[in-house]
Design a protein around this ligand. Structure first.
Ligand code: AMP
Length: 411
């Protein structure tokens, strides 16, 4: 538990550092939101998994299953007049009534990044590079990025006369790789065959796959446009030096609001996505804002924790020394607390002896906890303005002036 919390906080720290490096500003949104806001374009899959209840004012509300809807709403209200692009980060717990198992929880953590106001491939590329940076910064190795474009599927289905509701259901099934069920939802046999053909296009070389895709969808001009847009994003990402593992023409994601390029990240050690995202150009309009293009991604922090554990990734922490502070007798507790506070004011972490143990026991405990130092506050030393500092690793002890104590501990 302690180790997991430490890892989670470490990864949250990395998400915040990554956000700063890319110019994203943190916004804090409510955990409980009106149901209609969260349900608007979440997709059937997530709608059915929301924790919904009535509040004391009789309003239908839900625990947020993700951040994008809340951010899109902010973009139409308090952040409406912010210069574009608006780049946001949100970190927190989200809730979905998923079947609990390893890497799939009902309460989990996301770091969500959004870029609002750009319709350009540069913005899609930026979000993908940001995801890459985050995974690299937490020390993961061998992770893969998978890309697709929902516009290829949607435009193809639209041209084949499939209505939006059926399209949503088809994409939902395809997201779960239930291809037979998905394709059976469209009436036309020709359309089924075209969809099936998309599955065959997936190859190991991203550029080759896109070229094949562009040829394949030529009879569908809007789907072709989408494939060409995807090609320009892949080109930018690869040119910047970030490898793309695969382009998957039949790739779909559960959330309904996606309109463009979508992606997910994986590591070989875990069969579940570490994060994912994509373009959603219609969502802000849906919440009553001006038509505003946007793209973003959410990293699943619990899964990143699991991946770093599986890869035995060392946390690159700034090593801060652990110090215990023990008064030799009860009458010195007040003075000892004063010294502890002086050290904390100087930024030195101190763990005060609150168990009232005798010195031998306190030292034994400090050893067990792998402390670096124990500061012993004794009567004689105190009179001379000093304390005793025991270095537990070196098994030495020296008297140190209280005034220079912080420097001594910092080393
Ligand atoms: P989504 O909001 O569906 O795009 O999901 C973004 C990321 O959140 C996924 O790629 C996962 O890493 C993570 N995630 C989604 N559902 C769960 C869950 N039930 N438990 C843990 N992580 C999850």
């Amino acid at each position: 538990m302690l180790e997991e919390a430490e890892r989670l906080n470490y990864i949250i720290g990395k998400a915040k550092e990554t956000a700063t490096l890319f110019g994203y500003k943190e916004v804090i949104t409510p955990v409980v939101e009106p149901l209609e806001l969260l349900a608007a374009k979440a997709g059937e899959e997530i709608r059915q998994r929301m924790f919904i209840f009535e509040d004391m004012g009789g309003r239908r509300v839900a625990l947020r299953p993700e951040f994008t809807a809340s951010i899109a709403r902010l973009a139409t209200t308090v952040l409406r007049n912010e210069p574009k692009p608006l780049r946001t980060l949100s970190v927190g717990s989200v809730y979905r009534y998923d079947e609990p198992q390893k890497g799939r929880y009902r309460e989990f953590w996301q770091a969500d990044f959004e870029v609002i106001g750009s319709s350009k491939p540069e913005a899609d590329a930026e979000v993908i590079l940001l995801a890459n940076n985050l995974l690299k910064s937490v020390g993961l190795k061998g992770y893969a990025l998978k890309l697709g474009h929902v516009g290829v599927l949607r435009n193809l289905l639209t041209q084949e006369g499939v209505d939006e509701k059926t399209q949503n259901a088809v994409l939902q099934r395809m997201d779960k790789k239930e291809y037979d069920v998905a394709f059976a939802l469209v009436a036309s046999e020709k359309c089924q065959t075209v969809l099936r053909g998309l599955l065959e296009l997936k190859g190991n070389n991203a550029f080759e796959t896109i070229q094949n895709l562009c040829c394949y969808v030529k009879p569908y001009p809007k789907a072709l446009e989408a494939a060409e847009y995807l090609a320009s994003v892949v080109k930018l990402v690869v040119e910047s030096g970030c490898p793309i593992e695969s382009v998957d023409p039949a790739f779909a994601r559960g959330l309904e609001y996606y309109t463009g390029v979508i992606f997910e990240m994986y590591v070989p050690e875990l069969g579940l996505a570490l994060g994912g995202g994509g373009r959603y150009d219609k969502l802000i309009e849906l919440f009553g804002g001006e038509p505003t293009p946007a793209t973003g991604m959410a990293a699943g922090l619990d899964r990143i924790v699991i991946a770093t554990e599986a890869q035995e990734t060392k946390l690159q922490k700034q090593a801060s020394k652990r110090t215990a502070l023990v008064p030799i007798k009860e009458e010195l507790r007040g003075e000892a607390l004063k010294i502890a506070q002086m050290l904390r004011d100087a930024g030195v972490p101190v763990e005060f002896e609150v168990m009232g143990r005798k010195m031998a026991k306190a030292l034994e405990d400090a050893d067990k906890r792998k402390m670096d130092y124990v500061i012993i506050v004794g009567e004689r030393e105190l009179r001379e303005g000093k304390v005793v500092v025991k270095d537990l690793a070196k098994r030495t002890q020296v008297e140190v002036e209280i005034l220079g104590l912080a420097e001594k501990i910092r080393g």
